[in-house]
Design a protein around this ligand. Sequence first.
Ligand code: PLP
Length: 504
Amino acid sequence: MSAPTPGQFPDSSPVDDKRPPFADMDVESFRHYGHAMIDWIATYLGDVERYPVLSQVKPGEVRAQFSQQAPEEPGSMDALLQQVQTAVLPGITHWNSPNFFAYFGASSSGPGILGELLTAALNTNGMLWKTSPAATEVEELTLDWLRQMLGLPDGFHGIITDTASMSSLLSIAVAREALNLDIRQQGMAGRSDVPRLRLYASEEAHSSIEKGAMALGLGQQGLRKIPTNAEYQMDDAALAAAIAEDSAAGWRPFYVAATIGTTSTTSIDPVPAIAAICRRFGLWLHIDGAYGGVAAIVPEFRHVLAGCEDADSIVVNPHKWLFTPIDCSAFYVRRPDLLRRAFSLVPDYLVTDEAEVTNYMDWGVQLGRRFRALKLWMVISYFGHRQLANAIAGHIRLGQQFADWVDASPRFERLAPAPFSTVCFRAHPQGIDDEAELAALNTGLMEAVNASGAAYLSHTKLRGVFALRLAIGNLRTTYRHVNQVWELLQTALDGLLPPVPPTV
Ligand code: PLP
């Protein structure tokens, strides 16, 4: 059978298809709607404060506004944009709002958004160097810039992952690979020659460390949670004792995750002491600096990464506190060769012949990779290190200001030190000392603030005590916004307490 001559195929096809060929949106329509969309985004970013910060929709309300059947026929862009306005927007919680104080603010920025747009337009897959050399080389370059900004020594090699959860999972996998137990080949199940492996993190560490242990077959029991001191920092003496005890009991301790900026209180584990313990026992040291690590780009806060030069791996999240749209997590490892040994698997169809290049597909689980580095490169290039550092230093000052207000108030109290820009506190008016009553009062306070739409706070529990959390990390947050939420808390508290009887 002879090959069809190019250009003749449609005519000789047995399928007589008279429909117009499927085509993308034409270029002029793209230009038109692209401009309209950018206009819309510019207006949105300019007046994001007019939206309720926390979406006020009820479960199911968003979905109910759409047809439940997939559209059979083409739709018009005008109608789609209208639906975004009427059906999607009400269901958006505005992380971009300067009044967003919940969790850790992950605000985007103009250059970050434009970088993300360009990533979608170029639509590269950086699985191999060859499949888009720029995707790989800009990633290497940008992560090296960030490493320098953080004051980390060279010798750390970076890869961008989607989240800190994935970065920390990779760190556990590479630490396990370093044990030379041939787990890659033989697995762990049913092997009498593999000891029970144990890793360590403080009781305040993020749940992603435990999830990583679960995902890698180490089990939740494979993670031993180390107690913390009064300031919620890992107790290094307790760590050393736990490692010694586990070794004597037949476990094989292999990994410690220390946190710079724990999720609830942003406490900083004593990394130099933990690093010394890791050296003494031969354990891998991973630093989870997903939130707090970024503060090290501020020269006066470089000390938060003290001791991290001795770490084996580190994660920081530009999507948390570096104005880069989610998702973008920077994972650094000293031994990328071990990461490759754990994960590289190259079928025939992915063999390429360049030597000396990075093929990022070899560094982790996923094959296909978005060009995430472009948005981070844009953010760092557009703002520059000095301005970014100023913004973060400004957030820390605002956080300290809020902590001072709490400390000075007779009706509120602080529940933890605030080394960065996150404050844990609660209302504690005179005469209310019952813990259950205080928890109910503070839950009501948070709900009142969040239902107002004017600000969004989240909560945590500290040694069983319900705490409000105010985290400042939004690019647009200023003194005015922090002052506003403080006033809002006062007013909302007034509304929850019985009226004070007039004095005669
Ligand atoms: N580590 C810490 C200290 C965190 O606070 C968080 C999230 O807040 C994470 C890890 C998980 O981050 P991600 O959502 O990027 O997985």
